[in-house]
Design a protein around this ligand. Structure first.
Ligand SMILES: [Fe+2]
Ligand SMILES: [Fe+2]
Length: 230
């Protein structure tokens, strides 16, 4: 699940989810925008819900978790609730590896933003390149046959279908797909595109799921998360 957007005032919003998911899944993957404004109180609310979960919870942050400049504190609070933050280190569980980063925008081939001209443009491109490199490093560490990738931003265009085309360059980048295809990930999950589409594939054929809870609510109104057998 992604795009939880927990507010300061929303207490126990995901308690039911984290309690009942124990019977349905072996691992829970959270794809960012865990909080709405990146506030410690929001993280505390979510941490209380995560504490109800008995299976491992792995997560990456989203852009909303950076909004207040307190992303390190948000991470610390979630880690205390035993959430494993994939940005810091990959995770292995029963022969399946999990790697993840937030990702960033930059656009898609053949129209990606290039590092040319103003410093601000170069910094924008550097940000997505750094995220892509970090993902490559993590996937390289994993020794498992199966590798799950968690992102907030999308590595492909297909799962953005439904969002205005004008904002696609801010919803993801082809630069994120390179480590996924080169290092043979098994499956990719992302969120961030609230109005996107649930499913796509990389050029190499690796399945990519947009598990934003807003997309899930549209596809399966009875459940705002996705269950995938690895
Ligand atoms: Fe979001
Ligand atoms: Fe987002």
């Amino acid at each position: 699940m992604g795009d939880l957007h927990v507010h300061e005032s929303t207490v126990a919003l995901y308690r039911e989810f984290f309690t009942s998911i124990n019977n349905q899944a072996d691992v829970v993957v959270l794809c960012g925008d865990l909080t709405n404004l990146g506030l410690p109180k929001e993280a505390e609310n979510l941490a209380e819900d995560i504490a109800a979960c008995k299976v491992p919870v792995v997560a990456v942050l989203g852009n909303h978790d950076y909004e207040s400049g307190q992303q390190d504190e948000v991470k610390r609070i979630l880690k205390q609730a035993k959430a494993l933050m994939l940005e810091d280190e990959p995770f292995e569980f029963e022969g399946v590896g999990f790697a993840g980063v937030k990702g960033f925008g930059g656009g898609f081939e053949p129209h990606m933003l290039g590092p040319f001209g103003e410093k601000a443009i170069k910094a924008f491109v550097d940000e997505v390149l750094a995220e892509s490199l970090q993902l490559e490093k993590q996937l390289g560490i994993l020794q498992t046959g199966k590798k799950v990738v968690a992102l907030h931003y999308s590595p492909i265009k297909e799962t953005l279908e439904g969002e205005p085309k004008e904002i696609w360059p801010f919803l993801g980048s082809t630069r994120l797909v390179e480590p996924i295809d080169n290092l043979n990930a098994t499956v990719v999950f992302h969120a961030h595109a609230h109005y996107g589409s649930p499913q796509g594939k990389t050029q190499k054929g690796i399945p990519v799921y947009n598990c934003s809870r807003f997309v899930m609510e549209k596809v399966t109104p009875e459940q705002n998360y996705m269950i995938v057998e690895i």
